[in-house]
Design a protein around this ligand. Structure first.
Ligand code: PEP
Ligand code: MN
Length: 348
């Protein structure tokens, strides 16, 4: 498995807490970096906001203590920075890997300030997605950093804060990181299953989904006793649970198909290409009908949008979809898109 795994506590809470988690994680294959929150963005005031400098000092001491990562290199830490002073302190304590959190990525002013502080530092910067599902805002933060000559070593998908998060803490909306993959095909994309899941029980399933979607690695929150954690207690997992995730992921989505499987894949993909061609031709035919209908409605003085007709069409198509075994929510989304385009054409 050629994946990059970053693991460690949401927040550094004490030297003992950090050391006990590092001593296990540094022996887990594929763990390349240990994360540890030093300054914590809190939704509401009054909570634990991170220890600041002492946390950095313990990281430096541990990385100079002779402890080694599984690949033999000295233990390496990373943390989130949100202000220019954080960058300055990280560099004083020899932290070379940092990330921009979701709240920072969402704010171009803050990104600009960090760009100025990071210029010429040689640090590797990872960029979490913004809180809202705006791929251009995410891309904008990456571009701002790159324009200042800063190395963006990876982006991190941590889900999105939506009105309805569909059972997650942050809705994964996998299509957004997939779009990022299309826009920046060479950029490593890691998944943060902890902030997507919001509960430790759901973390392994989200991590598995990320592997199936060909993510390049994971950033996971790991705490020696999650139930006592000062931040994100519900979603942190034990070092042992982390070991078992790495173990089960080792054989996920890294296979090489046999010749027969490759031949079958090619045939099925040809079929998909053909079906897509037919779908597009049918859509074009449907839009032609809409254009002709528009002419009649205009002549008859009828409104473009006929709510009763649309309600009937939708109900009928959903019945058909159900009989065919198609997912209802998916079919509804698709039909709404098609109908929206039909209305747009008629308004032209
Ligand atoms: C974190 O990684 O602990 C964190 C605060 O993450 P995010 O920026 O994704 O909310
Ligand atoms: Mn956290």
């Amino acid at each position: 498995m050629s994946k990059t795994i970053i693991a460690g506590p949401c927040s550094v809470e004490s030297r003992q807490q950090l050391q006990s988690v590092v001593e296990i994680l540094c022996r887990v294959p594929h763990v390349k970096l240990i994360r540890g929150g030093v300054w914590k963005p809190r939704t509401r005031p009054g909570g634990f906001e991170g220890l600041g400098e002492p946390a950095l000092r313990w990281m430096k001491e541990l990385s100079e203590s002779g402890l080694r990562m599984a690949d033999g290199s000295p233990v390496r830490f990373c943390c989130e920075v949100a202000r220019p002073e954080h960058v300055e302190l990280c560099s004083q304590y020899s932290i070379r890997d940092i990330w921009l959190g979701a709240r920072t990525t969402a704010n171009p002013f803050m990104v600009e300030e960090l760009c100025a502080a990071l210029r010429g530092s040689g640090m590797n910067v990872m960029v979490k997605n913004p809180l809202n599902p705006d791929v251009r805002l995410w891309l904008g933060a990456i571009e701002r950093l790159q324009q200042c000559g800063i190395t963006v070593s990876a982006v991190i998908h941590r889900g999105f804060s939506m009105y309805d998060n569909h059972g997650y803490r942050n809705d994964p909306l996998w299509e957004v990181p997939m779009e990022m993959r299309r826009l920046l095909p060479d950029m490593p994309i890691l998944c943060d299953p902890s902030h997507i899941a919001g509960s430790s029980a759901l973390v392994p399933a989200v991590a598995r989904a990320a592997m199936q979607l060909a993510f390049d690695g994971l950033m996971v929150e790991v705490h020696p006793s999650p139930e006592t954690a000062l931040t994100d207690a519900g979603q942190q997992i034990t070092p042992e649970a982390m070991q078992s995730i790495v173990h089960t992921l080792a054989d996920t989505a890294e296979g090489v198909p046999s010749d027969q499987m490759s031949a079958e894949l090619t045939m099925l993909r040809d079929n998909i290409d053909d079906v897509d061609r037919q779908l597009l031709q049918l859509l074009e035919k449907r839009m032609q009908c809409s254009r002709q209908i528009a002419v009649i409605k205009r002549q008859a003085g009828l409104a473009v949008y006929q709510s009763e007709r649309w309600a009937e069409v939708l109900a009928d198509r959903l019945r058909q979809a159900e009989a065919l075994g198609l997912d209802t929510a998916f079919t509804k989304d698709l039909l709404e898109k098609i109908h929206g385009e039909s209305v747009r054409i008629q308004m032209d």
